[in-house]
Design a protein. Structure first.
Lengths: 270, 173
């Protein structure tokens, strides 16, 4: 089990849950590092936001209360200078250990609606809050679960291996996520709860979309082993995401689980 | 006794080629061009021998600022030599004995290597690669193909357009 998953469930806030899969379809959610490749210990700063234009702060900050940073040695350093602005949230981290750091904003919870005195009631939040706030015998109760990852990776020195969390939907890098370069296609594998899944659509978009007329997204579908081979059209920051619904729910009354994954990747020039 | 002969023969043949009468030599001339910039910093430069699959056969030189100063703060900018960094720079512990040195001024610089220094270089096709990255400036990479060893003296040339001038490789048999 992902070590911080339980803690994440407990600490999740309503505000964070409001940004789960349903609204993610309308906006992109992203975590943008100032650097992805370092040759010495230094600070990297990160922006986290929800917006239509990729890597352009135009809408809302992305809540950082469920951010988990995993250092190359498996420890979980705390972000510093965490701040939430009107259009983006930011934090810094000094990368002092050689290898790859994983940044993951994991949001998971329940969404529900039901009838009470003829009116529709809604709930979004954690499983604990759900137990308290939603009557067990609610009329026409409909429950959906959601798990959403927003990730990025930064490496100091030589890259170290990146393991999947095993929670929800992930588009795992087979080619190391900080070793992407123009002219070399990269391989990824779509996993749901750590297992490969075929026929999942993965969308890849180059950043700076506001400076061009067409979004230019490229869609790939995972093969039988869940694999996707991505070709880069230019160097730069890329946004990659995938969404999936399944029935693998943990709440007995829930009918559906919405899964989403997004990651920021940098492709270096040759 | 009989088994010794086939074992000994290849090493005798190899010994013949490994120690020819005149020592083989590879020397590289690199021109660091004059650049008109309001704020000029000497470039970081990596020089290495690359196999045809682009892997590093041997590092030859690495010019960078090993201390904080006007030419940058040590290892912090090494990643800007991005090809070298990715192909193997990130896997080595700096400084490298006999390879790392201070940044060089504008002008022509020659570095030479005898067959002893290149002992691990097997017969074959290679490329001499020079990569330069300048703070507040650009980045350029120049590749010069060559064969090793050579039967007679050869000179191979290439040139950069921005951050590097002429690069030539002189090889003696």
């Amino acid at each position: 089990m992902y070590p911080t998953f339980k803690r994440t469930l407990l600490s999740i806030s309503l505000a964070a849950a409001a940004l789960t899969a349903g609204s993610a379809q309308a906006h992109s959610v992203w975590l943008l590092p100032s650097s992805t490749v370092l040759s010495a210990a230094q600070f990297v700063t990160f922006d986290a936001a929800v917006s239509n234009d990729i890597f352009h702060f135009t809408h809302r900050p992305l809540a950082l209360d469920t951010l988990v940073i995993t250092a190359p040695d498996g420890s979980h350093p705390e972000a510093v200078n965490v701040s939430k602005g009107e259009l983006r949230a930011t934090f810094d981290l000094k990368l002092e250990k050689k290898g790859t750091y994983i940044f993951d904003i994991l949001r998971s919870g329940l969404r529900a609606n039901w009838k009470e005195d003829g009116k529709t009631k809604r709930f979004m939040g954690t499983a604990e809050a759900f137990a308290k706030e939603v009557p067990a015998n609610a009329q026409d109760l409909q429950i959906g679960e959601s798990v959403a990852h927003v990730m990025t990776f930064v490496t100091m020195g030589a890259p170290s291996s990146v393991k999947p969390t095993g929670v929800g939907l992930e588009v795992m890098s087979i080619t190391h996520p900080n070793d992407l370069v123009m002219g070399e296609p990269a391989e990824f594998q779509v996993l749901v709860d750590g297992k490969p899944v075929a026929d999942v659509e993965v969308e890849v978009v180059t950043g700076q979309s506001r400076y061009r007329n067409a979004l230019g997204e490229i869609r790939y579908k995972s093969d039988k082993q869940g694999k996707v081979k991505v070709s880069w059209s230019q160097p730069g920051m890329y946004y990659m995401d995938a969404e999936l619904k399944d029935k693998n729910v943990s709440n007995k009354q829930a009918t559906e689980r919405s899964l989403s994954y997004s990651v920021t990747l940098e492709v270096q020039p040759q | 006794m009989r088994n010794w002969v086939p074992v000994l023969l290849p090493s005798l043949v190899a010994a013949l080629f490994a120690h020819p009468g005149v020592a083989a030599e590879l020397s590289v001339k690199i021109n660091v061009p004059q650049i008109n910039a309001s704020e000029y910093h000497r470039p970081y430069v990596a020089v290495w021998i690359e196999r045809t699959d682009q892997s590093i056969a041997q590092n030859l030189a690495l010019w960078y600022s090993q201390k904080s100063g006007p030419e940058g703060a040590g290892n912090k900018w090494m990643k800007d030599l991005r090809q070298w960094w990715r192909k193997g720079g990130r896997d080595v512990q700096l400084p490298l004995d006999g390879i790392t040195g201070a940044t060089r001024p504008v002008g022509e610089h020659t570095i030479s290597f005898n067959d002893k220094a290149l002992a691990s270089l097997e017969k074959g096709e290679y490329r001499l690669v020079v990569e330069a990255a300048r703070e507040k400036g650009g980045h350029e990479l120049v590749r010069v193909p060559f064969n090793w060893p050579v039967a007679k003296a050869e000179t191979q040339k290439a040139a950069g357009t921005q951050e590097l001038g002429a690069v030539s490789v002189d090889i003696k048999p």
